[in-house]
Design a protein around this ligand. Structure first.
Ligand code: SAH
Length: 526
């Protein structure tokens, strides 16, 4: 049983209800202000940046122009030098737990990972006990979830025997080492074709492999991939767009031209809304803390002055030209002035990859078949198999807006303070993930998203916790176990049961009989 203190149960998760939201009106007012934010102020003093990464980003932006939120987020989270996940902390303390910035479900209770292990086993049984199983986790953090999952799986001997390899997709070399310590028992890893490898401690003869991107994991037509993504998609970069009027000149205005004033005809300059990308630029050195980013959180740590601010790009960006056109859901908001949408193309790449591994890719078009080199070869699967389980926070069917936030020491802070020292995240657009997966593969179906409380309750969290409680060695352990599992399913503002969702990708069932996976309304089949 994992040793955690009671205080851990009071720590904040990443999906705190408070939001650091960019106010659309303020954004519009501060557009194109970036050019005045030079590295030295008018008084000649060097501009002070809060971190070396902020300085590097600030200087790059001053040279080349504002960057997208996605580029900012990627640098802040995974830049090799000074990225939030990739940096080596001076104390050796990682990002998780009471001493870190946030706590996640697997760190709160071992029951979480155990139930996910059982979910995988139930899917494996329901799909006819396939062999050549690959267990894949994206963004494994400390490795706690995978440890609980593999410990659980190792007690189902036939399932454990069917595992060919375990893959961990991890951007941080330091977290890779921490995961190895837990899952292998050593930090000594051998170099492999895709990254690093070591023998797994739970299943003899099986290797665990680390790499930085899921594209490196071998895709085989006969493999059965079981993929886990817990609090991974919320860390993937987002682009943010605001629907603003193309012309800010009111229809009744007079335009002064060299040949005299012109009164525009009614309707000619009527505002037409278009999507403008919100971009990141250095904050004005004269702005006081919080002038360009509003926060509903009184807990914004010390009201540190942000290094950067969001502005509305006045000209189209490469992403504003096509991303908001990708779905009818965005189109419907074109008539809503000031609407904001967040889109994560990197999430789409990951979810498409999951879907294709499970269900095979779309059949190549006749044109591509004639010219085989024109498009990458399609990956087909005679029999779709495997599953992906995505657990994260975000709305079930609406498009996230104003959800980009920073998390530091269990508090919500501006995402533009202390770049590299603050965790950044945004709500996951589950419906966009579902749409993308279905478009990527004809061989998959989607279940959910359902609330975490529903998923865990129907998986039997109460029964499993009660069994553990019976064996609890002392009152402290009892209280910790009890508070832990209840927090995972609590649907109130301090619980994780409602905001966190579960969604599954499973093989498309050609029979008319729908088989719901366990946790999504189905029963365990054997
Ligand atoms: N699943 C874990 C950790 C969540 S934090 C838990 O729930 O406790 C996000 C994890 O994703 C970290 O391990 C981080 O290093 C990793 N990560 C973030 N961005 C990534 C990227 N672009 N590619 C690979 N890993 C990434």
């Amino acid at each position: 049983m994992r040793a955690t203190s009671l205080s851990l149960l009071r720590t904040a998760t990443r999906c705190s209800q408070t939001r650091v939201a960019a106010c659309p009106h303020q954004l519009a007012q501060c557009s194109a202000r970036w050019s005045s934010s030079l590295t030295s102020t008018s008084s000649g003093t060097e501009r002070k940046w809060s971190t070396p990464l902020a300085k590097m980003l600030g200087e790059a932006i001053t040279t080349t122009g504002p960057i997208s939120v996605a580029a900012y987020m990627r640098q802040c989270l995974t830049a090799p030098e000074g990225g939030y996940y990739t940096r080596q902390t001076s104390t050796g303390q990682d990002q998780f737990g009471t001493k870190g910035d946030f706590v996640t479900s697997p760190e709160i209770s071992q029951v979480f990972g155990e139930l996910i292990g059982i979910w995988l086993y139930a899917e494996w049984l329901a799909q006819g006990k396939q062999d050549k199983v690959q267990i894949i986790e994206v963004g494994p953090g400390r490795g706690t979830l995978m440890d609980d999952v593999l410990r659980t799986i190792s007690s189902f001997k036939t399932f454990a025997k069917s595992i060919e390899a375990v893959y961990l997709i991890e951007a941080s070399p330091h977290l890779q080492k921490q995961q190895a310590k837990l899952l292998v028992g050593t930090e000594e890893l051998e170099k492999s074709e895709i990254g690093w490898a070591a023998p797994l401690k739970y299943v003899p003869g099986v290797k665990i492999q680390w790499c930085e991107d899921i594209r490196f994991v071998p895709k085989e037509e006969t493999s059965t991939p079981f993929i886990l993504a817990h609090e991974f998609f919320d860390a993937l970069p987002i682009h943010v767009f605001q629907n603003v009027a193309q012309s800010s000149i009111p229809a009744s205005s007079t335009i002064i031209t060299p040949t005299g004033p012109i009164k525009p005809k009614h309707g000619v300059t009527a505002p037409k809304n278009t999507w403008h990308e919100l971009v990141v630029s250095p904050a004005s050195p004269y702005a006081s803390a919080g002038t360009t980013v509003t926060t509903s959180s009184a807990s914004d740590k010390g009201h540190e002055k942000p290094d950067f601010e969001l502005t509305v790009s006045q000209t189209p960006t490469p992403h504003s030209l096509y991303l908001p056109k990708m779905s009818d859901r965005y189109k419907k908001l074109e008539e809503t002035p000031d609407a904001i949408i967040e889109i994560s193309p990197e999430s789409f790449a990951y979810i498409s990859d999951f879907a294709v591994r499970i269900g095979g890719g779309n059949a190549p078009s006749p044109k591509a078949r004639q010219k085989p080199s024109a498009e990458p070869a399609s990956f087909s699967k005679a029999q779709p198999s495997g599953a992906a389980l995505i657990l994260d926070y975000g709305p079930a069917d609406t498009i996230p807006a104003n959800t980009f936030r920073g998390i530091r020491s269990h508090q919500t802070v501006s995402p533009f303070t202390a770049p590299g020292l603050v965790d950044l995240s945004a709500d996951v657009d589950f419906l966009a993930l579902a749409e993308t997966a279905l478009n990527a593969s004809p061989g998959v179906e989607i279940h959910g998203p359902v609330e975490q409380s529903f998923f865990l309750s129907t998986m039997g969290i109460k029964e499993r916790a009660e069994r553990l409680l019976k064996g609890a060695k002392d009152e402290d352990t009892r209280r910790r176990l009890e508070a832990g599992w209840k927090r995972l399913v609590d649907r109130g503002p301090n619980g994780m049961g409602k905001t966190y969702k579960a969604m599954a990708i499973v093989p498309f069932n050609k029979d008319s009989k729908v088989r719901r996976p366990v946790g999504f309304g189905g029963d365990i089949m054997s």
